[in-house]
Design a binder for this molecule. Structure first.
Ligand code: ADP
Ligand code: GLC
Length: 504
């Protein structure tokens, strides 16, 4: 089974969020199950700098197609490459005019989307589909597995080839976040090399615009998202971002597969970034991580303080706008906050102001930093994830592993991974964290107060920590589910043995 994994982020080379962690975790797990997996990514500088190029593959085709012209792209070619620590080959899409821009894969230095993002990511989908048409005669994928809107056009191009009578790989598309859809003005459509008939409501058109996400949801053979609860939520108006109708229509091919954790990176017993490693049998050693965190965030060195941690993008999704509003009470109850994040300017400022207002009790680090992320996840007592919506969420899973109790909102993957400390759940030993319902200060405060209450009962607190640390959300399990889907897709595929490029 040859699987082409198409994505825009890959830990540790290029990361803006959990997508990068998934791209590092899932492909090796599929490989361990016997899949022949290769990655396809744009040659962003952060990737290119670390890559060793092994073989040129081909120029991306730009000639006429059975249904029109190929996408109007600047010169682009595919090369095969390796990356340190990556146990599989990687196709790099080289197109300096599109990708030779340092920093975020999506945003310019002004924090806004690049103007030509439609072309930049259409090229990625086009490269995937042409690999599916034998562009590299040595390796033709059976399944193209795309991730998020960045890879959204791959299924649309594959469908166009199929409709023109060519054999195509099966397509699987994974939604990591419905809130980012890849919406572009209609005018760009004519440059993308899709059949003209695609621009309609039953195609890629979305309220007069072009939607890469819709293209994927319309044309992919199978759709997954990153938790079972989010798979249900996105079929509703509140979470479907306008695509709930289409998702409902495609419910028969949509499912949720919970993300895994790379426990080689995220385990307190082997974490080289911690001052003193610990595990479930040496839990008291976690106190040293707490001391180190308090010291580095300028927090008063109080062992009895209940330290809340945040490691997050600061966007509306994460519900963190509620937090500044209840810091007075949190501090008054003897709590502390260590926050690492970046994003929304107003939210960043609100946390900077809070750190000034509560010196020694609120510590804030703006920016993106892996080392500090580990320090917070290990050193805090509670990791806060009060999201408005959360497709899966990884930080609560890291918190569980580090004995740092997650405090989460009852939404998306957070529901599927955290069990509330109700009396019943404490009593029967299933509790792993704190869960609240209402996206409001009162809702969040109710869970914060319960965290204080449990913290005053150290034996119960430790029992909950141990329960969480013993849980596993591993990639081998998730990969089994993906493999089962890939296998069912291959069984479904009709082989017409005719591809557009390479062999005839
Ligand atoms: P999302 O993908 O929506 O941002 P996830 O919980 O799935 O949320 O994944 C977030 C990932 O990004 C985690 O690996 C987390 O540790 C990391 N992360 C988020 N913000 C920062 C930051 N400011 N510095 C370092 N790592 C961060
Ligand atoms: C997205 C989601 C997050 C998920 C991650 C990886 O960024 O916001 O919930 O964990 O993708 O799938």
């Amino acid at each position: 089974m040859k699987v082409l994994y198409v994505c825009a982020e890959l830990y540790p080379f290029l990361k803006t969020g959990g997508l990068a962690d998934v791209s590092a975790g899932l492909p090796p797990a599929l490989q361990a199950l016997g899949c022949d997996v290769r990655l396809l990514m744009p040659s962003f500088p952060a990737i290119l700098q670390q890559a060793t190029l092994t073989r040129p593959v081909a120029l991306l085709p730009d000639g006429p197609l059975p249904w029109g012209n190929a996408p109007a792209l600047p010169a682009a070619n595919l090369v095969l490459a390796t990356l340190p620590g990556l146990a599989m080959p990687l196709y790099l899409l080289q197109a300096p005019a599109l990708y030779a821009r340092p920093g975020s894969p999506y945003l310019g230095p002004n924090g806004k989307d690049w103007d030509d993002n439609a072309l930049r990511f259409a090229a990625l989908g086009w490269a995937a589909a042409t690999l599916g048409q034998g562009l590299d005669p040595h390796w033709v994928p059976d399944v193209i597995h795309g991730h998020d809107w960045h890879a959204g056009l791959a299924p649309a191009y594959c469908r166009a080839f199929a409709d023109a009578g060519f054999d195509t790989p099966a397509t699987l598309f994974t939604i990591h976040n419905m809130a980012y859809q890849g919406l572009f003005p209609k005018a760009v459509f004519s440059q993308l090399g899709l059949p003209a008939a695609c621009f309609e409501v039953r195609g890629v058109e979305f309220y007069g615009q072009l939607s890469f996400m819709k293209a994927a949801l319309r044309y992919a053979d199978r759709i997954t998202t990153v938790s079972p609860t989010y798979a249900r939520e996105i079929m509703t108006a509140s979470q479907g971002c306008g695509l709930e109708g289409l998702l409902h229509e495609r419910a028969g091919v949509l499912s949720g597969i919970l993300n895994g954790v790379d426990y080689q990176v995220w385990s307190p017993a082997t974490d080289a970034l911690l001052p003193s490693p610990y595990d479930v049998d040496t839990l008291p050693v976690k106190a040293r991580a707490k001391q180190a965190l308090q010291a580095s965030f300028g927090l008063a060195p109080r062992a009895q303080a209940l330290v809340f941690g945040v490691v997050s993008r600061l966007t509306e999704q994460k519900g963190l706008h509620l937090l500044p509003l209840l810091l007075a009470e949190l501090v008054q109850r003897g709590g502390q906050l260590a926050l690492l994040g970046q994003g929304d300017a107003a939210l960043e400022q609100a946390f900077v102001d809070a750190a000034i207002r509560y010196p020694g009790q609120v510590g804030v680090r703006l920016g993106y930093d892996e080392v500090t992320a580990h320090a917070v996840l290990a050193g805090a007592d509670v990791i806060l994830v009060p999201s408005a919506f959360e497709p899966c969420g990884l930080t609560q899973l890291y918190g569980l592993r580090y004995g740092t109790l997650p405090l989460v909102r009852r939404v998306g993957g957070l529901v599927d991974t955290v069990v509330d400390c109700t009396l019943e759940n404490l009593d029967d030993g299933t509790a792993t964290g704190f869960v609240f319902d209402e996206l409001s200060t009162d809702g969040l405060l109710s869970a914060v107060r319960r965290a204080f209450a449990l913290f005053r009962r150290p034996d119960q607190w430790a029992a909950v920590q141990r329960r969480g640390m013993g849980l596993r959300f591993d990639w081998p399990t998730a990969a089994q589910h993906y493999l089962a889907i890939c296998q069912s897709l291959r069984l479904d595929a009709k082989s017409q043995a005719r591809v557009f490029f390479g062999k005839d």
